[in-house]
Design a protein around this ligand. Sequence first.
Ligand SMILES: Cc1ncc(COP(=O)(O)O)c(C=O)c1O
Length: 469
Amino acid sequence: MTDSWATFGADLHLETTGSTGLRTGLMDALREAVRTGRLAPGTRLPSSRSLAVDLGIARNTVADAYAELVAEGWLSARQGSGTTVARRAEPRPRPAARRTTRSRPVPAPPTHNLRAGSPDLSTFPRADWLKAARRALTAAPNDAFGYGDPRGRIELRTVLAEYLARARGVYAEPERIVICAGFVQALKLMGTVLRKRRVREVAVESWGLDVHWKLLADAGLRMPCLSVDGLGARTDELSGLRGAGAVLMTPAHQFPTGVPLHPDRRAAAVDWARRTGGLILEDDYDGEFRYDRQPVGALQGLDPERVVHLGTTSKSLAPGLRLGWMVLPESLVEEVAEAKGLSDWSSSALEQLTLAEFIASGAYDRHVRAMRLRYRRRRDQLVEVLAERAPGVRVSGIAAGLHAVLELPEGSEASVMRSAAWQGLALEGFSRFRHPEAPPGRDALVIGYGTPTDSAWAGALEALVRVLS
Ligand SMILES: Cc1ncc(COP(=O)(O)O)c(C=O)c1O
């Protein structure tokens, strides 16, 4: 009979459950841990004080949960030996899936959301979009309702060419643009085309989004990674990657570190591409949002024949639109258009015409300007509040975009994440964005300050500060 023990909340691996209330949630999680044998009979539980600290909740909540579970027979409490898992609480294997649906713990819907990756969805310019949609539909020629050019509607490609040249310094002609379903489809199409060209490897940044890596892997590509430091991706490492036929980068605002790529490194990437015949896939996901000065121009402007510029409306308007664009080297247009045609023929003509109208009317510029101000205000509030109430936390990556990196004391990321979950605060740890081949990085959080609605922002910020201070 072992007297195993769990001194810290971390050892318990407790997950929040779908129950309402922290006490009920904790009770459900403990019951589940006992039921499945994760907490064996005889296991000594942490003191209510230390578990409360670990989970960032009130000590009374833990003490009450323990007391009720003692009363139910799951736990026993003896003077002097603390709280242990009751010896008669025999672990039982999880019942079959159908019977568990009622009791299986599911993550509680968080009250606050500071996950990176989304703009404030409540700001979608519904009235202006509706106006643009009405105008677009009224003016649409009959051929808009037929099968069109897989590259997309010429009306949208024409206004985009003008917009991208003006706002992002992209060398764009309508003939080089392919409209697609967001960055994700652009990457998928590029993966297909590169594989057809017998490219086997696409280098990626060592910190980024796993869904993008999965897309490339799905196309049959290997992904060696470039280190990322305070100046962005280490483009000097490209010359060591002999097999790489392309590199995927976020030059304007590295995701997730938030660093703009240093000018020397921008030049080095282009030099590499010219020297080796490689391609740079430029993910310009939030390039419009730069706060301290003019946005950094797109890398594509340096060499439109070696850089594929990939843009999206997911940050500037809404991810639900699923509208993005590729500005391609001339030599790639035909192949990419063919891949788009084989994938879904073309993106929805009416959505494209609406976006064309929305941009041409000036509504897009107005919206981006207004959102830039709003996000900048939030970013400033985040920095101010943390400086005041969590001065040990350093904020970085804040010159642009909708997210910031909060650097934590070493070894604390996991416990801060657990504590946030128990406070009903959804956020993401920095480690979630590590490429599998990259060495572990610093302990940090990636905070999407653009995500909450205006009315939810203050509450989310307060919950964050509570977790950190
Ligand atoms: C790094 C990065 N690239 C691209 C995107 C946009 O993807 P999509 O246009 O498919 O919505 C996002 C959105 O969260 C992102 O974080």
